[in-house]
Design a protein around this ligand. Structure first.
Ligand SMILES: *[C@@H]1O[C@H](CO)[C@@H](O)[C@H](O)[C@H]1NC(C)=O
Length: 277
């Protein structure tokens, strides 16, 4: 009997412990200790990426070197990965799809870690028929940076020996990108967005990341490669399935070139919080 009761007790304790972990909305002292240790490698460039297919090429790239002491930390359902890109300290986090995920995750990133700026990349639908699948867009509407010289960036035009885009993709600054909690796959709505708001990339995260970064005065830049003409209606139509890999890789290639160009010195951040690190 005693044994059964003990087992029951143990089961109840385990259940309570699991509930406590699952329901914990605040950060424990132990986790804060780990965060403080991780922050010694900062200030970081915060890398915010929506999906695995846009993150995996970074993890597989020789440009990204994972931290040996603290490669990653899991906090409240998000995995923060630490490392360097050509000497630049970075902390990378995947948001998952949509504005809520993107805003929430960006807020966590900025609240927990010493981040001097955010670079966000991924694929996006295209609303601008002057551009092509694989082109990488940097909307000024979200950007807080001065002019960059992108000449010399060569992006591949072919998926394999036989399937190629009409021309090699290019990197270009555009006026506006547009985000919404809607996956845009409708030619008329795409044309409406283009006409009314001048959107080029249309996707589901950047405006939320930008809002959180802007609210806290952290510089922010989006790099979005076009994966399809949203809603189709041209020769290249809606070919995300054929060109997804090339589009995702192009955004990563540009991000990996861009991040090392950012200053490696400290940030202008308020060091009140950093003082105790
Ligand atoms: C090239 O890729 C396309 C699209 O994925 C595919 O249909 C085609 O079979 C591939 N060709 C070769 C030679 O692998």
């Amino acid at each position: 009997m005693g044994g059964v009761r003990q087992q029951l007790m143990a089961a109840v304790l385990v259940a309570v412990a699991l509930m406590a972990t699952a329901a914990e909305g605040y950060i424990t002292q132990k986790t804060w200790g780990a965060i403080r240790r991780a922050n010694r490698a900062g200030p970081f460039v915060g890398l915010v990426v929506p999906n695995t297919y846009e993150m995996v090429p970074v993890l597989e790239s020789p440009s990204f070197v994972a931290s040996k002491s603290i490669p990653n930390m899991d906090i409240q359902g998000r995995r923060f990965r630490f490392g360097t890109i050509e000497g630049q300290s970075v902390v990378m986090v995947m948001t998952g799809l949509s504005m809520l995920n993107a805003g929430l995750t960006t807020q966590m990133l900025l609240s927990l870690f010493r981040v001097k700026g955010i670079v966000h990349w991924g694929i996006a639908g295209n609303a601008n028929e002057d551009l092509q699948i694989g082109d990488v867009t940097i909307p000024e509407y979200w950007a807080h940076v001065s002019l960059w010289n992108w000449q010399g960036m060569e992006l591949p035009a072919c998926v394999n020996a036989t399937t190629c885009l009409p021309r090699a993709p290019r990197v270009t600054r555009v006026s506006k990108g547009c985000s919404a909690n809607v996956f845009l796959d409708n030619a008329e709505y795409r044309q409406f967005l283009r006409k009314q708001f001048g959107c080029t990339p249309v996707e589901m995260e950047s405006a939320a990341v930008a809002l959180v970064a802007h609210t806290q005065g952290v510089p922010f830049l989006t790099i979005r490669s076009l994966s399809d003409l949203a809603g189709g209606g041209s020769a290249l139509g809606n070919e995300a399935s054929t060109f997804l890999d090339i589009a995702a890789q192009n955004a990563v290639t540009v991000m990996l070139k861009f991040v090392p160009l950012l200053g490696k010195s400290g940030s202008e951040m308020d060091d009140g919080a950093a003082a105790d690190m």
